[in-house]
Unconditional design. Structure first.
Length: 220
């Protein structure tokens, strides 16, 4: 349990880090934060914290060896299950719910519609994207950055194939497989879709709203 206020280091002006305080205030002044960001100044979050979790137990990330890494089969299963069953408002001012469910830490505010977290593979491996304060995409990087070499590419391809097998066993056959510019596998649900994507140097798992995904597909 956390019993005190935590501040994660001294942030650069363009990427202020939110601090976690008491459970009494769930608000965050995004307009003021954006104004300060555009002016190149650090954001003061003492009066209106972004996240509150004093009395909430949050899992600590497991230290990992240095070098290229990927989430294990069990970690992928757990992550996919939490994403697929996530009950959330899909609002950018309601990110505490994600902290509670996933145990993500060290939030970094890039704008009113982009916040990153640290997860099992390190800082900024979770990307939350929104539009007009409505969240549309939760993206988790499930491998570290592979070297720009043939061996590095082999690592990414092997991880993508392994994770696809793990998810197919646990979630069933995908609803779509795409191999255009990048390889992608989808498991569609009523409101959201889980996407496994090979980004050449990394593999990422996304949960996106179906409306946003439909608009993306139309653009492509």
């Amino acid at each position: 349990m956390w019993a005190a206020t935590f501040t994660y280091g001294t942030p650069p002006p363009e990427a202020p880090r939110a601090r976690i305080t008491s459970e009494d205030d769930l608000t965050f002044d995004y307009a003021a934060a954006t104004e300060l960001l555009s002016a190149g100044r650090a954001v003061e979050l003492a009066s209106k914290p972004l996240f509150v979790a004093d009395h909430i137990s949050v899992a600590q990330p497991t230290p990992r060896p240095i070098g290229w890494q990927a989430l294990s089969d069990n970690e992928i299963d757990d992550l996919a299950e939490k994403l697929r069953t996530l009950v959330w408002s899909w609002r950018m001012d309601d990110l505490l719910r994600l902290v509670i469910v996933f145990g993500w830490q060290e939030p970094t505010i890039h704008s009113t519609d982009r916040v990153q977290f640290a997860a099992g593979l390190g800082p900024d491996t979770v990307d939350i994207i929104g539009f007009d304060f409505d969240a549309v995409r939760v993206e988790v990087t499930v491998t570290t950055q592979a070297a720009d070499t043939p061996d590095g590419r082999d690592n990414t391809l092997a991880a993508y194939a392994r994770i696809a097998d793990v998810l197919t066993r646990s979630l069933g056959e995908p609803t779509d497989r795409l191999d255009d510019r990048i390889s992608e596998i989808r498991w569609a649900g009523p409101e959201t879709t889980l996407r496994l994507i090979d980004f050449h140097h990394t593999v990422r798992l996304q949960l996106v709203t179906n409306d946003w995904l439909s608009a993306l597909d139309e653009e492509n």
